[in-house]
Design a protein around this ligand. Structure first.
Ligand code: AGP
Length: 611
């Protein structure tokens, strides 16, 4: 998720663009830049780092002009360097473009443009867009943009200016939000969301997918991809700034829980090879050759916290389907052990932030012993991503809430893609591979279905908000989900909660059961369901209260569990992506009802960069 802002009007553009970027900084903050039409030329200034670094640069080097575009980046392709920062310009310097989204066929387009003689100098997918516009230009900027976009697969929200068709900004949207801000005095804005324009206007026009806009002093027009005029309603923004940044949600955590259908789509975007029934994992193939993978004899997954829980699910997947032995190690433990690893070991370091000190230290220890290492990371260009031999990026966008939610489900999907990739190189049939791919593709919609139970789960939270303890039980793939659900309740509601393998109850914890100890049981209708159904009966027989998460249509728990939350049916290996959602919402609502600081819980940091 990146932030785009553009201005055309009677005022100097640079200060307004900078102000807009600051409002959008929550959308991405690893590099920033702007381009302004100054005396008939495009002047571009870019930095690696936060917007303050751009402001410092502009203090002494400020482009002058009344038309400009700007961008604050959340890297998805290419490290957060000055070179990769937006705006990107074409070979001639006559075109500048900013982009939010992912161009899936960037590789194909890059090769085509290079064959046409274009020189592309960055690692980004975005750069192909501005060269496509340059290639298509015959005198009219909006026509060139429309032509260029017909070749693009993926998602985009873009703004483009040109010194060869000056006096305007052309904007276009497909899959990434973009709106027009209708200022007074003949000025217009284009922006990723209303927060960037709110101090100037509450009158906005939301572009829809497949639409373009042309902004010029005292006029704007909205078009379709054939550049035919499209009439659009003008909306009035009621929200305040904070609410806009949270997308209308009361907390970033709830926004991120509800972003999961989209973040899961982004985790899978462009990563299936349907014919072969396998996954395509970007850097993995480039960095780890077929021979490297074929020689892998064991996998060591290392991580902390929620990422460690995802790793446990990865262990079950990889062993079941790729038939490779896996160990999952707390990074903080691994780094001080004397582990037996060598060049036939593949280490997977899982980290949302890519900066967790223990995980980074474990990665370095694995490399010292000769292990091949790659990261499953959300933050592009983070230390773990850079120090690993390769990586799978989550593309989940910034996760602002300290409690990890969308990163967890994307990590599980990334591990499923990795499993598919490895298994199809070994024993898995193409048909089974296609079945897994099809089930993965259904997850975003199935998650959206679970999210519809939001109000039902809030009511359950009201019943249990005053309990000081809770037990979370699961088996198989859902044992790590029980751990994750317990961690969520601990870290944002400050309630003591423990996750256990359900069968472990009889080895001690069942002594805790009475009506004051709510028990959350993650019990999808899978291969171990009959066993966990018995565990639910054991809890009930001792007066315990049971909140069960199970598969839609499973009527066996009616009259047994006190509360039942259902999720859609999927492959057993993928059930955690669905069963964790109710646990995220339960913890969230209990925390809100206990008046806790949900986004910034006490004693916690989003990234633990110290031991
Ligand atoms: C999860 O909700 C916590 N915020 C914490 O356990 C987190 O998962 C852990 O610190 C690891 O962070 P990382 O994924 O950025 O490495």
């Amino acid at each position: 998720m990146c932030g785009i802002v553009g201005y055309v009007g009677p005022k100097q553009a640079t200060p307004l663009l900078l102000e807009g970027l600051r409002r959008l900084e929550y959308r991405g903050y690893d590099s920033a830049g702007l381009s302004v039409l100054q005396d008939g030329q495009i002047v571009t200034r870019k930095v690696a780092g936060k917007i303050n670094a751009l402001a410092d640069l502009l203090e002494t080097d400020c482009p002058l002009g009344t038309i400009g575009i700007a961008h604050t980046r959340w890297a998805t392709h290419g490290a957060p360097t000055v070179r990769n920062a937006h705006p990107h310009v074409d070979c001639t310097g006559h075109f500048a473009l900013v982009h939010n989204g992912i161009i899936e066929n960037a590789g194909v387009l890059r090769r085509k443009l290079e064959q046409l003689g274009h020189t592309l100098g960055t690692e980004t997918d975005t750069e192909v867009l501005v060269h496509l516009v340059e290639e298509a230009f015959t005198g009219n900027l909006e026509e060139a943009v429309a032509d260029a976009l017909t070749e693009v697969e993926g998602t985009y929200g873009i703004a483009v200016i040109s010194s060869r068709d000056p006096g305007k900004i052309v904007a276009a949207r497909l899959g990434s939000p973009l709106l027009l801000g209708l200022g007074s005095d003949g000025e217009y804005f284009v922006a990723s969301d209303a927060s960037a324009v709110l101090t100037h206007t509450r009158q906005v026009v939301y572009l829809d997918d497949g639409e373009l806009a042309v902004l010029a002093p005292h006029r704007y027009v909205t078009l379709d991809l054939e550049t035919r005029p499209v009439s659009k309603a003008i909306s009035h923004i009621e929200w305040d700034l904070d609410t806009i940044e949270r997308g209308g949600f009361p907390h970033f955590m709830l926004k991120e829980i509800f972003e999961q259908p989209e973040s899961l789509r982004n985790a899978m975007r462009g990563r299936f090879l349907d014919e072969e029934g396998t996954a395509k994992l970007g850097g993995l193939e480039r960095t780890l050759s077929e021979e490297d993978l074929a020689s892998v004899e064991r996998v060591i997954i290392t991580a902390c916290g929620t990422s460690w829980h995802a790793g446990l699910i990865g262990e079950y997947m990889i062993e079941e389907f790729a038939r490779i032995p896996v160990e999952v190690e707390y990074a903080s433990e691994f780094r001080y052990r004397n582990p037996v690893i060598d060049e036939r070991s593949l280490m997977i370091a899982i980290s949302q932030s890519g900066e967790t000190a223990d995980t980074l230290a474990a990665l370095r220890e694995g490399k010292r012993h000769g292990a091949k290492v790659f990261g499953i990371v959300n933050v592009v260009g983070s230390t773990i991503a850079r120090e690993a031999h390769g990586g799978i990026y989550l593309h989940a966008g910034p996760e602002i809430g300290v409690a990890s939610t969308k990163a967890f489900t994307s990590q599980v999907v990334a591990l499923a893609l990795f499993t598919l990739f490895m298994a199809r190189r070994r024993h898995m049939s193409v048909l089974q591979g296609r079945e897994i791919a099809a089930a993965l593709r259904q997850l975003p919609g199935q998650v959206a279905e679970v999210l519809k139970r939001h109000e039902e789960i809030r009511r359950i939270a009201e019943r249990y908000k005053d309990h000081a303890n809770a037990l979370y039980l699961g088996r198989g793939y859902n044992f790590p989900v029980a751990l994750e659900g317990a961690l969520k309740l601990k870290e944002i509601a400050y309630v003591h909660a423990e996750g256990y393998p359900a069968a472990e109850m009889k080895h001690g914890p069942i002594a805790l059961i009475d009506e004051s100890m709510p028990v959350v049981v993650v019990a999808p209708h899978d291969s171990v369901y009959p066993k966990i159904a018995s565990n639910i009966e054991e809890v009930k027989a001792r007066g315990g209260r049971v909140i069960a998460v199970t598969t839609e249509g499973n009527g066996e728990l009616e009259g047994v569990a006190d509360h039942i939350i259902t999720v859609r049916r999927t492959l057993e290996m993928l059930t955690p992506v669905l069963t964790v959602i109710p646990l995220q919402l339960l913890a969230y609502h209990i925390a809100v009802l206990r008046a806790c600081n949900v986004d910034q819980p006490r004693n916690l940091a989003k990234s633990v960069t110290v031991e």
